[in-house]
Design a protein around this ligand. Sequence first.
Ligand code: PLP
Length: 329
Amino acid sequence: MVNNILNKVGNTPVVSLPIASEPNLNVFAKLEFYNPTGSVKDRAACYILNRLLNEGSITKNTTIIESSSGNFGVALSAYAKLKGLKFICVIDKTTLPVNEMLIRQQGAEVICISEPDEYGGYLLNRLKKVKEIVKATEDIYWINQYSNPLNARAYYNSLGNEICLEAPRQRLDYLFMGVSSGGTITGVSQKVKERFPESKIVAVDVEGSVIFSGKAHKRFIPGIGSSLRPSILDDAKIDDVVHVNEKETMQACRELLENHNLYAGGSSGSVFAGVKKYFEKNQAYTPVNIMCVFADKGERYISTIYNEEWCKMVKEYNAQNVGQETVLA
Ligand SMILES: Cc1ncc(COP(=O)(O)O)c(C=O)c1O
């Protein structure tokens, strides 16, 4: 028994996802949506705040600030409340109403950016606002998930460790993970490479993100991809990158529900689509163990990925605009 549900971070289930047409692919998914606030980000929020408090880098009087329009904002608002810390979350007008509601309900002060930046997206203006507030406020700590080494350390110690211990028959050939801030893949890849040096770490990114390469264009599915390359990734151990598009992500989400009874979030669909795409090019002639990280659940995407009208709009937009110069998300 735990004294608060938020203390039950990690030890999430692993499930097998057989693909009938690919008998050599032993695919497994680590279901991170079993974390208390519903995503992999609980690990970082819980670890970072505990560590900062324990080492005295912050006190109960410190204000915490972060730019996040999604799962990290939800997770930080919950753990900041648990620790009695004031939390300011800088979101933007594309933040899903359910995420904004959860962040507010858990006591955070929400600042919403509605002015697009020079690229037509909001990230740069969100970061500008954070810097302004940090400059004007005494005793404030900016989590800064894109470059704070504690973000990666959180995953090295918990998710990375669990994946190593749970690898079927203690063999791990491939690990597939979605990337946004880069914290998850940086920490997990470091741990997995220590235990399984021969394993391949495959990063899954979406078309329109500039993390690894390519041209920026508008993206609709949150949680994966970025319009900046996070510096935290300099310490990641990545062997390969696979890019998927939004249509492939939507199809994979439906397939996970239809064939595996998994109501998974967008980046989980991207990761599953990434596995299939990768092995279309790199045929597995002998059985391989593949672990995927499924970061969050489908509920938060009920009005987007699981809404037919929305999917149609995205497909039409991409068909007309992708390949041309468009705006950053
Ligand atoms: C749904 C989802 N998938 C994947 C990720 C990627 O994690 P990271 O930011 O550690 O790269 C995130 C991060 O917010 C997320 O919300």
